[in-house]
Design a protein around this ligand. Structure first.
Ligand code: BTN
Length: 248
């Protein structure tokens, strides 16, 4: 099964200098029939975007890429775990390559020393009869966060912490290999990995939902990767979607 599903691996990598957003370019390639696992990577994005319609600042020195996933990988059934697959892949690669204790803030912020190291964005589009999903990953790598103003926004880079620059191509390769590995891991093992990396569990949290705010303690991540919170009224809540702030 593995070989069959991964015929396109290692993937085609389209390297670009400066783009609006790799999400848009990946969508253009997907519409033109680019194969599964095609990667679009750019040195710089002028209109990078994040979750919840936020702007994603993407100067040179970061790893900004988008990956095309068609239905062949069985992605539809896995869509709800794709954020976890991506989060675990990035955090473990950063740890394996540089020994840095990258963690996850639910659902899929990559954090280091409680600051944002990277993020994950998933968008979908119809291509002919099929739905294609674009997985976008952004990581602050060789960026000086102080000079670029990113540290004022609560961000951190690998360079800030290591005190040196790293090879972005090696990091990309490591993440792609991890993605392939965690894509096909069983769900129970993935959940265990995710729980082990998720800093949100055990924290007091504030969660901004569409029309309300929940404050309480995050106690677990459920089998469907929802966040389980006991709110300040003692009620157990299952959060499927939202913006989490760690209070302490
Ligand atoms: C988040 O809000 O945490 C998600 C950030 C995702 C950023 C990446 S960078 C590569 C790809 N292109 C984009 O415009 N966004 C994603």
């Amino acid at each position: 099964m593995f070989g069959e599903l991964c015929q396109e691996f290692p993937p085609v990598i389209i390297r670009l200098r400066k783009v609006s957003s790799t999400m848009d370019i990946a969508k253009e390639f997907a519409v033109k029939g680019a194969p599964e696992w095609t990667v679009v990577i750019a040195e710089e994005q002028t209109s990078g975007r994040g979750r919840l319609g936020r702007r994603w600042i993407s100067p040179r020195g970061g790893l900004w890429f988008s990956l095309i996933l068609h239905s062949k990988t069985g992605i539809h059934e896995k869509l709800y775990i794709l954020p976890a697959i991506a989060g675990v892949s990035v955090a473990t690669t950063v740890k394996d390559l540089y020994g840095l204790q990258a963690k996850l803030k639910w659902p899929n912020d990559i954090i280091l020393h409680e600051k944002k190291l990277g993020g994950i964005l998933i968008e979908s589009l119809a291509v002919g009869e099929n739905i294609t999903h674009i997985l976008g990953i952004g990581l602050n790598v060789n960026i000086d966060s102080t000079r670029t103003g990113l540290s004022d926004l609560g961000a951190v880079s690998i360079r800030d912490v290591l005190g040196r620059e790293v090879d972005i191509s090696i990091l990309l390769k490591g993440i792609l290999n991890s993605l392939l590995r965690y894509f096909f891991i069983d769900k129970k093992s993935l959940l265990e990995m995710y729980r082990g990396l998720c800093e949100t569990i055990g924290k007091r949290v504030k969660i901004i939902l569409e029309n309300s705010v929940v404050e309480g303690t995050a106690i677990d991540v459920s089998h469907d990767f929802s966040l389980i919170v006991v709110d300040d009224d003692g009620q157990r809540q299952r959060i499927l979607w939202g913006d989490v702030i760690h209070l302490r």
